[in-house]
Design a protein around this ligand. Structure first.
Ligand code: PLP
Length: 399
């Protein structure tokens, strides 16, 4: 296969390991070198001027480009089926760099009821201070978008599956309605990863990621990704990233993500297999009220999951009997499963959204946005499933 091209097409694991890197251009080094440099030298004043003017290829300063970051960006763009991508210092940095590039006072963002906690506060406590309207509607029914969209709507923004309650949104249906009204669609693909869902292939204009989660996959870094059309990526790089947020990723973290990507497909297979077993155990357990997992027969959007996701993913939400108090008792008894926010790591993690990741919502907002006080979120790790089940069962058994 040609490592420089996506034609002929090859499998996603192969591309995650090889795409965009030719060892022969780097002294034969199997692993891409880490370019830890803030600035780049010019062979002459004229050459530097030409690089600045875009008349000659070359790097200038690592806020606007770095070879290690560049490889990560090209590789993730390839996995997402996008023309280009931009790496950022965090998921929130990516979302901010993208939206600050395009938003103007008077614009509207339509979004689903449920968003990751800090995205919710960026939108509702940040953007709204600058004359931007944020409208939350139930996007699980496309008719609601049809009714709400107008010429003021610049973006339709959603997560699928949504953090933390696992609501799914039909990407192709959102794209049809949004494009019909002149708006563009941004999908936060953090939960699904390009292994399970590729929003751009379904017509979305942008994908954003918290690469802190599955893409990095080892809980040792913060990073974010934006993917989309090259023209838009150029605008985000030179406006949102370079000037407005400065949310630049360290090349060191890019190298760690490139390393993580090599096992992305393998890890997702294990995350999904473990999550399915955990969800089934919880679903059958008398100490559990409700389980939200796209791989369960009882999941209300099972058909959409089957059509839009290659597998149901590694994240589970559930409500224990006895509401928050019951859930907290269970969580405090866990010995292997770790009480921590974040997700997509090797370790199985459990957290309480109302008190932790989604404490950015007021109690009234959580109620209106479908995040119940008793909801518990699990990120299925990579441990042996029997050990995870043993720990969860002993924690639930004590009543
Ligand atoms: C964690 C997360 C973010 C924010 O990413 P950071 O890397 O923590 O800044 C955004 N969206 C989703 C769905 C997340 O889970």
């Amino acid at each position: 296969m040609s490592r420089q091209s996506n034609n002929p097409p090859s499998g996603i694991a192969t591309r995650a390991i090889h795409f965009g890197y030719d060892p022969q251009k780097e002294h034969g080094a199997l692993v891409p070198p880490l370019h830890l440099t803030s600035t780049f030298t010019f062979e002459s004043v004229e050459a530097g001027g030409e690089i600045f003017a875009g008349e000659r290829e070359g790097f200038i300063y690592s806020r606007t480009g770095n070879p290690t970051n560049d490889l990560l960006e090209r590789r993730i763009a390839n996995l997402e089926g996008a023309e280009g991508a931009i790496a950022n210092a965090s998921g929130m940095g990516a979302i901010s760099s993208l939206l600050w590039t395009f938003l103007e006072p008077g614009d509207e963002i339509i979004t689903d009821l449920t968003l990751y906690g800090c995205t919710f506060s960026l939108f509702n406590h940040g953007f709204t201070r600058f004359g931007i309207t944020v409208t939350h509607i139930d996007l699980t029914d496309p008719a609601n978008l049809e009714a709400a969209i107008s010429s003021k709507t610049k973006f339709v923004y959603f997560e699928t599956p949504a953090n933390p309650n696992m609501r799914l949104v039909d990407i192709a249906a959102m794209v049809r309605i949004a494009h019909g009204a002149g708006a563009r669609v941004i999908v936060d693909n953090t939960y699904a990863t390009p292994v399970l869902t590729r929003p751009i292939e379904r017509g979305a204009d942008f994908v954003v990621h918290s690469a802190t989660k599955y893409l990095g996959g080892h809980g040792d870094l913060l990073a974010g990704i934006i993917a989309g059309r090259m023209e838009d990526m150029d605008a985000v790089r030179s406006v949102g990233l370079k000037d407005m947020t400065g949310s630049v990723i360290s090349p060191f973290n890019s190298m760690l993500i490139l390393r993580g990507l090599k096992t992305l497909e393998l890890r997702m297979e294990r995350h999904c297999a473990n999550a399915q077993k955990i969800a089934e155990m919880l679903d059958a357990h008398p100490g559990v009220e409700t389980v939200y997992y796209p791989g369960l027969a009882t999941f209300s959007q099972k058909e959409l999951a089957q059509c839009q996701m290659a597998a149901p993913g590694g994240m589970i939400a559930f409500e224990a009997r006895g509401g928050f108090a019951g859930g907290a008792r269970m969580m405090n008894r866990l010995q292997l499963v770790q009480r921590a926010v974040s997700l997509g790591d090797a370790e199985t993690l459990i957290q309480h959204p109302a008190g932790m990741t989604h404490a950015t919502y007021s109690p009234e907002e959580r109620e209106a946005h479908g995040i119940s006080d008793g909801l518990i979120r699990i990120s299925a790790g990579l441990e042996n499933i029997d050990d995870i089940l043993f720990d969860l069962e002993q924690a639930l058994a004590s009543g």
